[in-house]
Design a protein around this ligand. Structure first.
Ligand SMILES: *Cc1c(COP(=O)(O)O)cnc(C)c1O
Length: 392
């Protein structure tokens, strides 16, 4: 790598993303970065530890993906993990018993389950609050100072938007770290570190890989000392992702901006159609003028993303809708090139206790759609037919 020609990386993140790892190989001059599956690396001398040492702590393919994501998020560095949950657990390993995490009451179901289960074992404490209600956040902060403020915006599945800058300022004033799960918008649409967050996490399984064929995660930080702490824990606990997964994910990541441009345009068009059919209050997409945090989303994000949800009458209507889809598969997960639909109450959020689900507003009739690269007209034909079947 060291004697690669001095190519300018480009001014724009879009360009820089296409340059990471390209034409850097010095073994055979490959333009595409090679896949290194090795477990371990040669020591030149028993006292001289090589820069790359052992596959649990380092891998050239993970390093490239880490560089690309750090470039996109404006991070000092980070860790590529085996899943999004591993990335979240990695950040939580910075906490001690008695520390408090202040998390959104409507965070990703797996995050809610992980934090609740670890809190039940006494690893730390957790308080869930509606972070779109800054008065409720202030009350929670006054009750007890957190060590970590966890942010996820837009929320899953209701697409509620949280004011990152306001939360970060409150966290910082109390000496707490702030971490944001940026899975839904990706750094192509939202940069939490630039808004003051200390840590950003991803399920790279979703938009970053974008091809529905890898499970992976990443945790990145602005402060090099925090990056070192994350790397130490990742190596200690063995949380890192496989080299092949990093290779695949970087391959998927190359087209992030182009995919998102197309998927977002289709999502916006479908959200408009749904809003005129169902009424705007039933459609949850931050790009709609009727969305309660539309102005905040327009200010904080550089686009509205490709995720939307809608509230049908009840669980029976939601089931009828999903059973009538022909083109769109019913599946958990999101962010791929293929449109997917799901019913959060019985699928992605089934692991949440029913009262926690109700508090988070995950209605039985809620349908979440991850909009892919298909032609908008084909998607609308499928959705409109399914809405007929659901009596909506
Ligand atoms: C999917 C997802 C996760 C968990 O990621 P995995 O890769 O499935 O472990 C975390 N947060 C959000 C917002 C997600 O959508």
């Amino acid at each position: 790598m060291s004697d690669a020609p001095d190519r300018p990386p480009g001014q724009h993140r879009r360009t820089r993303l296409t340059r990471v790892g390209v034409a850097e190989d010095v073994s055979v001059g490959a333009v595409a970065a090679p896949l290194h599956l090795t477990t371990t690396y040669v020591w030149p001398d028993p006292h001289t530890k090589p820069a790359l040492d052992y596959g649990r702590s380092s891998s050239p393919n993970r390093q490239l993906l880490e560089r690309a994501l750090a470039e996109l998020e404006g991070a000092a560095g980070g860790v590529i993990t085996a899943s999004g949950m591993a990335a979240i657990d990695l950040v939580l390993s910075l906490l001690r018993p008695g520390d408090l995490v202040l998390a959104p009451h409507d965070c990703y179901g797996g995050t809610h389950r992980l934090m609740s289960a670890r809190a039940a074992r006494g690893h730390f404490d957790v308080a869930f609050v509606d972070q779109t209600d800054l008065a409720a956040v202030d009350r929670a902060l006054a009750a007890r100072a957190p060590k970590l403020v966890w942010i996820e915006t837009p929320s899953n599945p209701l697409m509620r938007v949280t004011d990152i800058t306001a939360l970060v300022e409150k966290a910082r004033a109390m000496g707490a770290l702030s971490a944001a799960d940026n899975t839904f918008l990706t750094p192509a649409r939202q940069q939490p570190l630039a808004l003051g967050c200390d840590v950003v996490v991803h399920s790279t399984t979703k938009f970053l890989n974008g091809h529905g064929d890898v499970i992976g995660g990443a945790a990145l930080a602005a402060d090099p000392a925090c990056v070192d702490a994350l790397k130490w824990w990742s190596n200690c606990a063995g949380l890192a992702g496989a080299p092949f997964d990093a290779y695949q994910t970087l391959r998927g990541l190359r087209t992030l901006f182009a995919r998102l441009d197309a998927q977002e345009a289709t999502a916006a068009a479908l959200a408009e159609r749904l809003a005129s059919r169902l009424g705007p209050e039933r459609v949850h997409y931050p790009g709609l003028n009727s969305h309660p945090q539309h102005a905040l989303a327009a200010r904080q994000q550089s686009g509205f993303g490709a995720m939307a949800s809608m509230t049908l009458a009840d669980g029976a209507a939601a089931d009828a809708f999903l059973r009538a889809l022909r083109l769109i598969p019913v599946a958990a997960s999101l962010g791929g090139f293929e449109t997917l639909a799901c019913r959060p109450a019985t699928m992605t959020h089934a692991g949440m206790a029913p009262d926690a689900r109700a508090a988070a507003g995950v209605h039985d009739g809620l349908i979440r759609v991850s909009v892919g690269l298909e032609h908008e007209a084909d998607l609308w034909t499928d959705i409109a037919r399914a809405l007929d079947a659901a009596g909506a």
